[in-house]
Design a protein around this ligand. Structure first.
Ligand SMILES: CC(C)(COP(=O)(O)OP(=O)(O)OC[C@H]1O[C@@H](n2cnc3c(N)ncnc32)[C@H](O)[C@@H]1OP(=O)(O)O)[C@@H](O)C(=O)NCCC(=O)NCCS
Length: 173
């Protein structure tokens, strides 16, 4: 039985299991996703999936109507008040799934799990993700200069954060 984190109108977020490993690896290594993330290997994901889930979590975004997987998130530092969303990937793009799934993840993080802070980093040229995070209420907190080396090129990251009180005041708007 899959552990469901939260359900919305079109999507549900559930904990990944070993049968999702292929999907997670394929999604990460699809070129249009790979350029914006730092992939982990299958062994690492298997360890997360088979762990007790208290520190890291691999999460599948699933369409409620079809049961098909449409995206993937990874969460880290779940054993602290400061959870990190490290991978945000939607395979079925441009349908509003990224926005809907992130809203669900934020709702779960702040309303169910009572985290104090959620944070995420993003390459500085990832225009779609940057706009999406800001429009969801994330605050631009920092700029990490040339912190990644990708195929011989140094890349910058922008750090976004959201605090619990910001989340709840955003909900009232
Ligand atoms: C970034 C990502 C998660 C967004 O998911 P998505 O389901 O495609 O996005 P949505 O359909 O919810 O759209 C979110 C916003 O981006 C805009 N957008 C989506 N695709 C776009 C495109 N190709 N060109 C321009 N804008 C686009 C949408 O118009 C929407 O903005 P709006 O709500 O103001 O209209 C997804 O594109 C993805 O997986 N990208 C590759 C991996 C990645 O970059 N991950 C983030 C790492 S930090």
């Amino acid at each position: 039985m899959n552990e469901i984190l939260i359900e919305g109108r079109r999507l549900r977020l559930r904990r990944a299991n070993v049968t999702d490993l292929n999907y997670i690896m394929t999604l990460q290594y699809t070129p249009e996703n790979l350029k914006f993330i730092v992939p982990f290997d299958e062994k690492y994901h298997r360890e997360i999936i088979t762990s007790d889930g208290s520190e890291k979590l691999d999460v599948i975004v699933e369409e409620i109507d079809t049961g098909n997987s449409v995206g993937y998130f990874m969460l880290r530092k779940m054993d602290s008040p400061f959870v990190e969303f490290t991978h945000v990937i939607i395979g079925k793009k441009g349908l509003g799934y990224g926005r809907e799934a992130l809203k669900l993840l934020l709702k779960w993080a702040f309303e169910v799990k009572d985290f104090h802070r959620v944070w995420i980093d993003c390459k500085d040229y990832n225009k779609i993700a940057l706009r999406l995070y800001e429009s969801l209420g994330f605050v631009r907190e920092g700029f990490l200069r040339e912190i990644l080396l990708t195929n011989g090129v140094y890349e910058n990251l922008i750090v976004f954060g959201m605090l619990d009180r910001e989340y709840f005041s955003w909900q009232e708007k």
